[in-house]
Design a protein around this ligand. Sequence first.
Ligand code: ZN
Length: 197
Amino acid sequence: MTRALIVVDVQNDFCEGGSLPVTGGAQVAYDVAQLVRSWQSKNEGAPTWSHIVATKDHHIKPGSHWASHGSQPDYVNTWPVHCRVGTSGEAFHPNVDHLPFHAIFLKGAYEAAYSGFEGATADGVKMADWLRSNGVTQLDICGIATDYCVRATALDAVREGFEVNLLTDLCAGVAPQSTTEALAELNLAGVSAVQPV
Ligand code: ZN
């Protein structure tokens, strides 16, 4: 069994101070970095990932995913302008910016894209193909937001045949109710929600 870490959308716009801030986002960025450093140092009890990868919301012109000018986003299907390519909001949060990701998957250039499995590397390699070609069978998933992109990524991971574990303490959700619902849905889908030992 080969296990990888997927860090979902830990970007400036999704952390405090960004255009679509999720409460606890910066703390997630800090905690993810701590866990990755522990893994790098091969500390006792650290996770034994073969690879670590990240996804990014990466918008150029994502249509109605951004609320149109002058109208209010509903925070379910339409959102404030966020993660626009070329802005600091699209960049990784500074806490995770220098982590040694083996691959970064970009999603949503011209559409809404919640799942990291819709993403591809700059060379066009889709995430599922990349993971399989690297022998990965198990995934630890963390990031922002629990009730949207983490949820969609974890559900697709199960559909793609991976064994999925959610690092719940390293996730932050947009709203309490949808986060609770997402965790219940993921549990039903077969995602295990335990912390790494
Ligand atoms: Zn987006």
